[in-house]
Write a protein that binds this ligand. Structure first.
Ligand SMILES: [Zn+2]
Length: 212
Protein backbone atom coordinates (compact mmCIF):
# COMPACT_ATOMS: atom_id res chain seq x y z
CA UNK A 1 0.00 0.00 0.00
CA UNK A 2 1.20 3.46 -0.80
CA UNK A 3 0.75 6.08 1.90
CA UNK A 4 -2.30 8.32 1.66
CA UNK A 5 -1.68 11.77 0.35
CA UNK A 6 -2.05 14.88 2.39
CA UNK A 7 -4.31 17.71 1.30
CA UNK A 8 -1.35 19.82 0.25
CA UNK A 9 -0.11 17.39 -2.37
CA UNK A 10 -2.37 18.67 -5.13
CA UNK A 11 -2.96 22.18 -3.92
CA UNK A 12 -3.23 24.80 -6.61
CA UNK A 13 -3.03 22.56 -9.65
CA UNK A 14 -2.90 24.68 -12.77
CA UNK A 15 -3.04 24.08 -16.50
CA UNK A 16 -0.62 25.91 -18.77
CA UNK A 17 -1.46 27.57 -22.09
CA UNK A 18 -1.59 24.26 -23.93
CA UNK A 19 -3.52 22.54 -21.20
CA UNK A 20 -0.78 20.55 -19.50
CA UNK A 21 -0.74 20.33 -15.73
CA UNK A 22 2.22 22.12 -14.25
CA UNK A 23 4.75 19.71 -12.77
CA UNK A 24 3.98 18.81 -9.17
CA UNK A 25 4.24 15.91 -6.77
CA UNK A 26 2.24 12.90 -7.92
CA UNK A 27 1.67 14.42 -11.38
CA UNK A 28 3.01 12.33 -14.25
CA UNK A 29 3.03 13.32 -17.93
CA UNK A 30 2.83 10.52 -20.52
CA UNK A 31 2.05 12.09 -23.92
CA UNK A 32 -0.23 9.86 -25.98
CA UNK A 33 -0.26 9.85 -29.79
CA UNK A 34 -4.02 9.26 -29.63
CA UNK A 35 -5.22 12.82 -29.98
CA UNK A 36 -5.90 15.49 -32.56
CA UNK A 37 -7.05 19.09 -32.76
CA UNK A 38 -10.47 20.14 -31.55
CA UNK A 39 -12.68 21.39 -34.39
CA UNK A 40 -12.35 25.17 -34.57
CA UNK A 41 -10.04 24.96 -31.54
CA UNK A 42 -13.12 25.05 -29.36
CA UNK A 43 -12.47 25.37 -25.65
CA UNK A 44 -14.03 22.41 -23.85
CA UNK A 45 -17.25 22.98 -21.92
CA UNK A 46 -18.00 19.46 -20.67
CA UNK A 47 -16.18 17.27 -18.17
CA UNK A 48 -16.67 13.52 -18.72
CA UNK A 49 -15.86 11.07 -15.93
CA UNK A 50 -15.00 7.43 -16.60
CA UNK A 51 -13.66 4.43 -14.79
CA UNK A 52 -11.11 1.97 -16.14
CA UNK A 53 -8.94 -0.84 -14.87
CA UNK A 54 -6.79 -3.22 -16.88
CA UNK A 55 -7.45 -6.02 -16.61
CA UNK A 56 -10.87 -5.23 -15.13
CA UNK A 57 -10.60 -5.18 -11.35
CA UNK A 58 -6.81 -5.15 -11.37
CA UNK A 59 -5.12 -2.07 -9.98
CA UNK A 60 -1.49 -3.10 -10.16
CA UNK A 61 0.92 -2.19 -12.89
CA UNK A 62 0.80 0.29 -15.73
CA UNK A 63 -1.41 -1.44 -18.29
CA UNK A 64 -3.74 1.56 -18.59
CA UNK A 65 -0.81 3.82 -19.36
CA UNK A 66 0.60 1.37 -21.86
CA UNK A 67 -2.84 1.02 -23.48
CA UNK A 68 -3.22 4.77 -23.98
CA UNK A 69 0.30 4.89 -25.42
CA UNK A 70 -0.40 2.05 -27.90
CA UNK A 71 2.21 -0.19 -26.34
CA UNK A 72 0.16 -2.58 -24.25
CA UNK A 73 1.53 -6.12 -24.22
CA UNK A 74 -1.61 -7.91 -25.34
CA UNK A 75 -0.10 -11.26 -24.43
CA UNK A 76 0.23 -10.26 -20.79
CA UNK A 77 -3.41 -11.08 -19.95
CA UNK A 78 -6.13 -12.97 -21.85
CA UNK A 79 -8.66 -10.17 -21.39
CA UNK A 80 -6.44 -7.75 -23.30
CA UNK A 81 -7.57 -9.44 -26.53
CA UNK A 82 -10.83 -7.55 -26.06
CA UNK A 83 -9.09 -4.25 -26.63
CA UNK A 84 -6.38 -5.25 -29.08
CA UNK A 85 -5.63 -2.54 -31.60
CA UNK A 86 -7.88 0.13 -30.10
CA UNK A 87 -6.52 3.63 -30.32
CA UNK A 88 -7.93 5.59 -27.41
CA UNK A 89 -6.89 8.03 -24.73
CA UNK A 90 -8.15 10.32 -22.04
CA UNK A 91 -6.76 13.61 -20.91
CA UNK A 92 -6.18 12.32 -17.39
CA UNK A 93 -6.06 9.17 -15.29
CA UNK A 94 -6.48 9.28 -11.52
CA UNK A 95 -4.89 6.20 -10.01
CA UNK A 96 -6.08 4.48 -6.85
CA UNK A 97 -3.53 6.35 -4.73
CA UNK A 98 -4.58 9.71 -6.17
CA UNK A 99 -1.64 10.13 -8.52
CA UNK A 100 -2.61 11.89 -11.73
CA UNK A 101 -1.30 10.84 -15.13
CA UNK A 102 -1.86 13.23 -18.05
CA UNK A 103 -1.86 11.92 -21.61
CA UNK A 104 -3.25 14.76 -23.72
CA UNK A 105 -3.27 18.52 -23.08
CA UNK A 106 -6.79 19.81 -22.55
CA UNK A 107 -6.65 22.18 -25.54
CA UNK A 108 -6.42 19.11 -27.81
CA UNK A 109 -8.99 16.38 -28.40
CA UNK A 110 -8.51 13.10 -26.57
CA UNK A 111 -10.33 9.97 -27.74
CA UNK A 112 -12.31 8.87 -24.70
CA UNK A 113 -16.03 9.21 -25.38
CA UNK A 114 -16.60 7.47 -28.72
CA UNK A 115 -20.12 7.62 -30.13
CA UNK A 116 -21.83 9.92 -27.67
CA UNK A 117 -24.39 12.66 -27.26
CA UNK A 118 -24.77 15.41 -24.69
CA UNK A 119 -27.79 17.72 -24.73
CA UNK A 120 -28.45 16.88 -28.35
CA UNK A 121 -24.87 17.40 -29.47
CA UNK A 122 -22.92 14.40 -30.75
CA UNK A 123 -19.19 13.58 -30.75
CA UNK A 124 -18.53 14.67 -27.18
CA UNK A 125 -14.78 14.35 -27.67
CA UNK A 126 -14.97 17.57 -29.65
CA UNK A 127 -15.96 19.66 -26.65
CA UNK A 128 -15.07 17.70 -23.54
CA UNK A 129 -12.23 16.85 -21.18
CA UNK A 130 -12.05 13.19 -20.21
CA UNK A 131 -10.94 11.99 -16.79
CA UNK A 132 -10.48 8.28 -16.17
CA UNK A 133 -10.69 7.19 -12.53
CA UNK A 134 -8.98 3.87 -11.95
CA UNK A 135 -11.66 1.52 -10.73
CA UNK A 136 -14.68 -0.56 -11.64
CA UNK A 137 -18.44 -0.18 -11.67
CA UNK A 138 -18.82 -2.17 -8.44
CA UNK A 139 -16.08 -0.98 -6.10
CA UNK A 140 -15.94 2.31 -4.21
CA UNK A 141 -13.38 4.83 -5.36
CA UNK A 142 -10.74 5.92 -2.86
CA UNK A 143 -10.63 9.07 -0.77
CA UNK A 144 -7.36 9.94 -2.49
CA UNK A 145 -9.14 9.75 -5.85
CA UNK A 146 -11.94 12.09 -4.77
CA UNK A 147 -9.35 14.52 -3.47
CA UNK A 148 -7.38 14.47 -6.71
CA UNK A 149 -10.55 14.69 -8.77
CA UNK A 150 -11.67 17.77 -6.87
CA UNK A 151 -8.36 19.53 -7.43
CA UNK A 152 -8.07 18.42 -11.05
CA UNK A 153 -11.62 19.48 -11.88
CA UNK A 154 -10.93 22.82 -10.28
CA UNK A 155 -7.88 23.30 -12.48
CA UNK A 156 -9.83 22.37 -15.60
CA UNK A 157 -12.76 24.67 -14.89
CA UNK A 158 -10.35 27.49 -14.08
CA UNK A 159 -8.71 27.09 -17.49
CA UNK A 160 -11.80 26.26 -19.59
CA UNK A 161 -15.49 27.31 -19.55
CA UNK A 162 -16.75 24.03 -18.10
CA UNK A 163 -20.53 24.26 -17.67
CA UNK A 164 -21.44 20.61 -17.10
CA UNK A 165 -20.08 17.33 -15.76
CA UNK A 166 -21.37 13.90 -16.69
CA UNK A 167 -20.38 10.27 -16.77
CA UNK A 168 -19.59 8.24 -19.85
CA UNK A 169 -22.77 6.28 -19.05
CA UNK A 170 -24.84 9.43 -19.50
CA UNK A 171 -23.55 10.33 -22.96
CA UNK A 172 -23.38 6.75 -24.26
CA UNK A 173 -26.31 5.04 -22.51
CA UNK A 174 -26.79 1.41 -23.37
CA UNK A 175 -23.18 1.21 -24.54
CA UNK A 176 -21.21 2.40 -21.51
CA UNK A 177 -21.76 2.03 -17.77
CA UNK A 178 -18.92 4.05 -16.26
CA UNK A 179 -18.15 5.58 -13.85
CA UNK A 180 -21.05 3.53 -12.51
CA UNK A 181 -23.19 3.33 -9.39
CA UNK A 182 -20.25 3.43 -6.98
CA UNK A 183 -19.25 6.91 -8.05
CA UNK A 184 -20.56 9.33 -5.42
CA UNK A 185 -21.93 12.27 -7.41
CA UNK A 186 -23.24 13.96 -4.26
CA UNK A 187 -19.78 13.88 -2.73
CA UNK A 188 -18.23 15.13 -5.96
CA UNK A 189 -20.72 18.01 -6.06
CA UNK A 190 -20.27 18.89 -2.41
CA UNK A 191 -16.49 18.81 -2.46
CA UNK A 192 -16.13 20.60 -5.78
CA UNK A 193 -18.86 23.17 -5.44
CA UNK A 194 -20.85 22.00 -8.46
CA UNK A 195 -24.50 23.03 -8.75
CA UNK A 196 -27.14 20.30 -9.23
CA UNK A 197 -28.01 21.54 -12.71
CA UNK A 198 -24.39 21.05 -13.77
CA UNK A 199 -24.51 17.35 -12.96
CA UNK A 200 -26.38 14.41 -14.50
CA UNK A 201 -29.73 13.30 -13.26
CA UNK A 202 -30.48 9.67 -12.47
CA UNK A 203 -28.78 7.30 -14.92
CA UNK A 204 -30.92 6.14 -17.81
CA UNK A 205 -32.49 2.73 -17.52
CA UNK A 206 -33.53 0.61 -20.44
CA UNK A 207 -34.29 1.54 -24.03
CA UNK A 208 -36.22 4.66 -23.05
CA UNK A 209 -32.99 6.22 -21.91
CA UNK A 210 -31.16 5.66 -25.18
CA UNK A 211 -30.24 8.73 -27.10
CA UNK A 212 -30.10 8.64 -30.85
ZN1 LIG B 1 -15.62 5.47 -20.25
Amino acid sequence: MKPPQGPSDHADLTLDDEGWLAPAAHIVRRPSPNHDARPDDESPSLLVLHNISLPPGGFDGDAIIDFFLNRLDYAAHPWFENIRGLRVSAHFLIRRDGAIVQFVPTCLRAWHAGASCFSGRERCNDFSVGIEIEGTDDQPFTDAQYLSLRRLAHAVRTRHPISDVCGHEHIAPGRKTDPGPCFDWARFAREGGWRPEQLPGPPPHGPSGLQQ
